[in-house]
Design a protein around this ligand. Structure first.
Ligand code: NAP
Length: 487
């Protein structure tokens, strides 16, 4: 049995060399109702990571030697298994992370699509072939896997992010050690369970849950490791950068954001309000691409602020398993405390919020980490709440004199993940596309809500290394071998 259900609380084991490894456990609780224990996870240690790395190294020659379409066939099976367990995986995600059930279903759908997309890549895996300047010389570059890869993932997309690292790593012929976020490890565990059930050979996928500090260091120090892909906070990302560079590991870092939505006076007003509310508050503002600053052109500032606050007040906060809920809880006590601390800072800097501004209490709210969606108005660039990532349902509304001023404000942060413009002026659209310092841009859409078929990632302090997803993913998970052949 993969998860032992002898007691009422399931125990989810680590997975090393194709075996489920038992041990001491830690709790995974529902942030909407902390009385509910979702499961117990086996707490891996540095020695579990060492075992996992050895297993990944042993499995590498056979896995990388397998025909890529055959690896693809196994990834198609993974997608099929996820499809069969769709409802259970989505419900698990809502219970461990707090996002609403429709959002969780959307994420599971995305993980399935990601596995199918990269399964198909097994039949393409294009390299390069170009004409040589020399007679009877054929020259070409083929892709080879990097080797053993460490995957470190956050809690906010607990299935999609592990999926968009795991699937391209595997199709390219790498073997992996996956370490999920401790507050929401079950969704990643379900992917690993599907890999096991699909028949992916032993040692190709290894899963170790437990403390990021201990396991993160152990992964970075594991001798066979050749590359590490990390998504999470900027602080930990920078630490990984310095540690991994000492060993010249290949690194891919996706980190924090302070994403703007620019609303110009010529925008479709209602749609701009809707897109801003969606991007700022859905998924409890816990998307890396969420809007945390809305920069509004002076001419419509007051009217827009009023409409934004009115629409936000209509949002329903509660347990994401219940129908009709728009916004779930913060993922845990620590994240809620961070959000409340920033709300205190915001009150000192910008005065009382126009809505929200507090933890929700009373009745079922008392059992979870619920924060009211919060809007601060007249926020200026020098304020902490305009500069630092909060990662919760807190929106700063900022006034811009005109488009040029809005662009200046938008770019005046250390981050550069996503950004949006709301306008009907096509010239402004292209100015925004060319001038905005961010890796993911949307026009007349929410700043959050990306797909998997194109490169994903940011610039400045938000990202480092090759982009994820789409065709770009293979740039990280493969190296080129260039061949010159005289015939
Ligand atoms: P986090 O605290 O940085 O953790 C991310 C992962 O790293 C977790 O698995 C964590 O394990 C692990 N970790 C912790 N300390 C480590 C260490 N010293 N060495 C190696 N790994 C370590 O981030 P989070 O709170 O889970 O996620 C929220 C952050 O992720 C936000 O800043 C958000 O913007 C960012 N994010 C960025 C993107 C993007 O694409 N740019 C996407 C999603 C999220 P534990 O859970 O055990 O601590």
């Amino acid at each position: 049995m993969l998860d032992s259900s002898m007691s009422t609380t399931p125990v989810f084991a680590n997975y090393v060399r194709g075996e489920w490894v038992e041990g001491p456990t830690f709790e995974n609780r529902n942030p909407a109702n902390t009385d509910e224990l979702v499961g117990l996870f086996v707490k891996g240690s540095a020695s579990t990571v060492e075992e996992a790395a050895a297993a990944a190294a042993e499995a590498l020659p056979a896995w990388s030697g397998m025909a890529a379409p055959a690896r693809g066939a196994l990834l198609f099976k993974v997608a099929e298994i996820l499809e069969q367990k769709f409802d259970q995986i989505a419900a698990d995600m809502t219970r461990e992370e707090g996002k609403t059930l429709p959002e969780a279903k959307g994420e599971v759908r995305r993980s399935i699509n990601i596995f199918r997309y990269f399964a198909g890549e097994g039949s393409r895996m294009a390299g390069h072939i170009v004409p040589s300047e020399r007679d009877r010389v054929q020259m070409f570059a083929i892709r080879k896997p990097v080797g053993v890869v460490g995957l470190l993932t956050p809690w906010n997309f607990p299935s999609a992010i592990p999926a968009w690292k795991l699937a391209p790593a595997l199709i390219a012929g790498n073997t992996v050690i996956l370490k999920p976020a401790s507050v929401a490890p079950l969704s990643a565990w379900r992917l690993v369970e599907a890999c096991h059930q699909a028949g992916i050979p032993k040692g190709v996928v290894n899963f170790v849950a437990g403390s990021g500090g201990e396991l993160g260091r152990a992964i970075l120090e594991a001798k066979p490791l050749k590359a590490v892909s990390f998504t999470g906070s900027t602080e930990i990302g920078h630490w990984i950068h310095s540690e991994a560079s000492k060993r010249r590991l290949k690194i891919q870092l996706e980190m924090g954001g302070k994403n703007p939505t620019i609303v110009l006076a010529d925008a479709d007003f209602n749609s701009a309000v809707e897109n801003t509310v969606n991007a700022a508050f859905f998924s409890t503002g816990q998307k890396c691409t969420a809007t945390s600053r809305v920069i509004v052109e002076d001419a419509i500032y007051d009217k827009f602020l009023e409409a934004l606050v009115a629409r936000t007040k209509k949002l329903t906060v509660g347990d994401g398993m219940e129908p009709g809920i728009d916004i779930g809880p913060a993922v845990d006590q620590g994240q809620m405390d961070t959000v409340l601390r920033y709300i205190d800072i915001g009150i000192k800097e910008a005065g009382s919020p126009k809505c929200g501004g507090q933890r929700l209490t009373g009745c079922s709210y008392d059992k979870g980490y619920f924060v009211a969606p919060t809007i601060f108005a007249d926020v200026t660039e020098d304020m902490t709440i305009a500069q630092e990532e909060i990662f919760g349902p807190v929106l700063a509304v900022m006034r811009a004199k005109d488009f040029a001023d809005a662009m200046r404000i938008a770019n005046n942060v250390p981050f550069g993940l996503s950004a949006s413009v709301q306008t009907t002026n096509v010239g402004r659209v292209f100015d925004f596309i060319h001038q905005m310092e961010a890796g993911l841009l949307t026009v007349n859409l929410p700043s959050a809500g990306v797909e998997y078929q194109l490169p994903f990632g940011g610039t400045k302090d938000s990202s480092f290394g090759p982009k994820e997803q789409g065709p770009a993913a293979l740039e990280f998970y493969t190296d080129y071998k260039t061949v010159y052949l005289k015939y």
